[in-house]
Design a protein around this ligand. Structure first.
Ligand code: MLT
Ligand code: ZN
Length: 471
């Protein structure tokens, strides 16, 4: 099919507002959030429902036209950006944004791919439930993308990753067939677990159209504290204190470096440090419980008092209102945005065993400073599950383009330390376009060969998000 014929056929399916072709209209879909990649596309296709989505995929398969599925376009690894050569359609799920069902007794919700994570959280809360997945980009990130990338975020320590919250999926396969696996069963032991193949596949095997998510009871009590600590070692000790008190109460345990927090205070309007003076590192700890009588605030106070007395914590503040809680979380959530405003940065989304986080931070900082004088380590993230965003900010006066050109050397330096500590080179951001080159080294042999066979079986034409994940 000639290009214009294909565009006309797609337009017939999705209507005028379902297909964007002008450069001005497609611009927001062809560049990634980090501005590392700028692609081109013959069109951004915006189906309104699963039927339209399936028909469009059938047309693209018949024409062998590659497709890049896209949710909120918040990938940290260029996972949703089309190629520069203008051959790949972007398939935006944004119009498929209905919440189909919420069942507080089953503790499930059925949502379409284009629902933002924030909207899904709000809908769950209105039904007196909790959707226990929270990431910094939740206002834009959409459920389809969150699942396709197996997002992690702040609550993994308690509830696991996106993968752990999926009971069922509706998927449009690479040939346009619809697989309806929207089951909401807690037990369903019937052959290969197909849904988990699509979770984390980053759109390379099929397109998630809708999902059944597990909910949790809505917490009755949530308490948040910001703690000043001298070092990641002290943060680890504090984590141990909370764990021995009640591991099931910890819903988030986040580490922030002094520099990262300074950047937030400097670049984000309205951000304030609710402590008397700045510290070398901070911990944001959140405890939550659905029990009405748990007395979490008292528990938090007693753990913090003991930790202050032992010198593990040098200062701490407990949020006294919802506004203070949000203000403390803002210091954490704005880390990426503040680093973007500070200049170029190279991200390393890595994980190590929780007990190794301090050693990792120490060794990776030393290795990067030896590689490039003036480089600024900004470690922060989900310490409670071992996932640290070991981001490197450019030296103050360096040329941003020069700095970014060293990204492989910097990432490889960090990854050497990760490997020595039995960690992973991508904890929650996935592989996208940025990291396929690392796959042979880290996941080579039988593992990568099996992944390739799965890809070949499910996407024999190679049209689903080409050049992502697999090298
Ligand atoms: C976060 O947790 O805020 C993101 O995953 C961050 C990042 O690496 O910038
Ligand atoms: Zn993160």
């Amino acid at each position: 099919m000639a290009d214009t014929e294909l565009l006309d056929a797609i337009r017939d399916v999705v209507g005028e507002r379902g297909l964007l072709t002008g450069a001005a209209d497609t611009a927001a879909y062809t560049e990634d959030w980090r501005r590392l990649y700028r692609g081109h596309t013959p069109g951004v296709i915006r189906p309104a429902d699963t039927d339209q989505l399936a028909r469009v995929v059938r047309l693209c398969a018949a024409a062998r036209a590659p497709i890049v599925p896209q949710g909120g376009n918040t990938s940290m690894v260029g996972g949703a950006t089309p190629a520069e050569d203008g051959s790949e359609f972007v398939l935006s799920l944004a119009r498929m944004a209905r919440i189909r069902d919420i069942d507080p007794l089953d503790l499930t919700m059925t949502v379409e791919a284009g629902v933002t994570l924030k909207a899904a959280q709000i809908a769950a809360a209105e039904a007196d439930c909790l959707l226990p997945l929270s990431i910094s980009s939740e206002g834009s990130a959409q459920i389809g993308g969150v699942l396709a990338t197996n997002a992690g975020g702040n609550n993994t320590v308690r509830y696991g990753n996106a993968r752990d919250l999926v009971l069922g999926l509706e998927v449009v396969l690479a040939d346009g067939t619809v697989w309806n696996g929207l089951r909401r069963l807690r037990k369903d032991n019937t052959g290969y677990c197909l849904r988990q193949l699509f979770v984390g596949s980053e759109g390379t095997l099929g397109i998630i159209a809708a999902a059944v998510l597990k909910l949790a009871p809505r917490p009755h009590e949530v308490v948040v504290a910001l703690c000043a600590v001298a070092s990641p070692e002290a943060a680890l000790k504090l984590f141990g204190r909370f764990q021995s008190h009640d591991p099931a109460a910890i819903s988030a345990f986040e580490l922030m470096s002094g520099l990262g927090t300074d950047l937030v205070l400097r670049h984000i309007e309205g951000a304030v440090l609710p402590l008397a003076s700045p510290a070398p590192n901070y911990v944001l700890v959140e405890l939550a419980t659905p029990r009405p009588d748990a007395g979490l605030r008292d528990a938090l106070e007693s753990v913090l008092e003991a930790s202050l007395a032992e010198g593990i914590v040098s200062d701490a503040v407990i949020a006294a209102s919802e506004a203070q809680r949000a203000a403390i979380w803002r210091l954490r959530e704005e880390h990426s945005e503040a680093q973007k405003r500070e200049g170029a940065s190279v991200k390393n989304d890595v994980s190590v065993p929780v007990s190794k986080v301090p050693e990792f931070v120490r060794r990776a900082t030393a290795a990067c400073e030896a590689l490039m004088p003036g480089i600024r380590a900004v470690p922060f993230g989900h310490m409670g599950d071992g996932n640290i965003h070991f981001n490197l900010a450019q030296p103050v006066d360096a040329d941003p383009a020069w700095f970014l050109a060293q990204d492989h050397a910097i990432m490889d330096t960090v990854n050497e330390v990760v490997r020595a500590l039995d960690g992973s080179f991508s904890a929650e951001h996935g592989i996208g376009k940025l990291k396929p080159y690392m796959m042979p080294d880290w996941r080579g042999g039988a593992e990568l060969a099996t992944m390739r066979r799965i890809k070949d079986a499910l996407d024999p034409l190679g049209i689903m998000n080409p050049a992502k994940v697999l090298p």
